[in-house]
Design a protein around this ligand. Structure first.
Ligand SMILES: CC(C)(COP(=O)(O)OP(=O)(O)OC[C@H]1O[C@@H](n2cnc3c(N)ncnc32)[C@H](O)[C@@H]1OP(=O)(O)O)[C@@H](O)C(=O)NCCC(=O)NCCS
Length: 219
């Protein structure tokens, strides 16, 4: 059997813009023998996520032949986690797959859990850790010794200084900067463009420069 047929067929679950980013990175990575998409919305079925990447109904995915891998490509952290749990039961033979764009720089000593997405122009520094299902979006820097927990989302253009800790399912908004050694709590949100100078507690939404609690924000 050739090396290419040993590779799994990747299911990118989530036929939206984030799914397109994941599918594009997966195709560019060469790590999969092919890429198809899945979605629960019937309006997406029989469309293409990208040229040559068909969108299938969730119940059609179990019938796909050969070795399968699954990547849940939904930007919202809670929904991504819930869908990964549901699909784990529906597709028990599909291993959760991490996708790394070939134009990302990932240190050899970084530890990357299954189900992560690392997109183009990201830097993951030495000894950094990404938990299951974490996203590091376009052009973000996760510097040395950072710990990004499961289902967290580091949005495009973020700068995390060394040894920053981002807890479960937190969102670090686009273009924000976090000084070294700080902690962003579980389910917290740091707004786009913020500069964080102190720890952000669990579940709170902060923004601005310097970052502070946003009174009118939903989270
Ligand atoms: C912070 C954020 C979550 C708030 O969203 P929200 O809960 O819908 O809140 P609102 O838009 O109603 O804004 C609430 C208040 O916060 C302010 N605000 C919103 N976002 C802000 C930000 N990024 N920086 C500073 N202030 C912000 C609003 O001006 C408003 O102020 P007011 O009460 O004085 O009028 C959102 O604006 C944000 O920045 N999200 C990050 C998005 C992102 O980067 N996604 C990644 C995509 S890949």
């Amino acid at each position: 059997m050739s090396a290419s047929t040993d590779k799994p067929l990747l299911i990118v679950f989530g036929a939206g813009g984030h799914g397109r980013v994941a599918a594009d990175a997966a195709l560019r990575s060469g790590a999969f023998r092919g890429v198809v998409a899945g979605d629960r919305n019937p309006a997406a079925w029989e469309t293409e996520l990208l040229p040559g990447v068909p969108v299938l109904a969730a119940d059609a995915l179990a019938a796909l032949p050969g070795q399968l891998a699954l990547h849940v490509a939904i930007g919202g952290n809670a929904v991504r986690k819930a869908q990964a749990q549901a699909l784990g039961a529906e597709l028990p033979h599909a291993a959760l797959a991490t996708i790394i764009h070939p134009h990302a720089s990932v240190a050899d000593t970084a530890r990357i859990a299954p189900g992560c997405l690392i997109t183009a122009q990201c830097v993951i520094g030495p000894m950094a850790e990404l938990g299951i299902g974490a996203i590091v979006n376009h052009g973000a820097v996760v510097d040395h010794d950072c710990r990004v927990a499961a289902w967290a989302h580091i949005a495009p253009g973020v700068r995390l200084g060394g040894a920053v800790r981002v807890d479960d399912a937190a969102l670090v908004g686009a273009g924000s900067t976090v000084l070294r050694n700080l902690r962003i709590g579980r389910d917290a949100v740091l707004g786009a463009g913020a500069v964080l100078l102190e720890d952000l507690p669990d579940g709170q939404t902060w923004g601005g420069i310097p970052a502070h609690p946003l009174k009118g924000a939903r989270a």
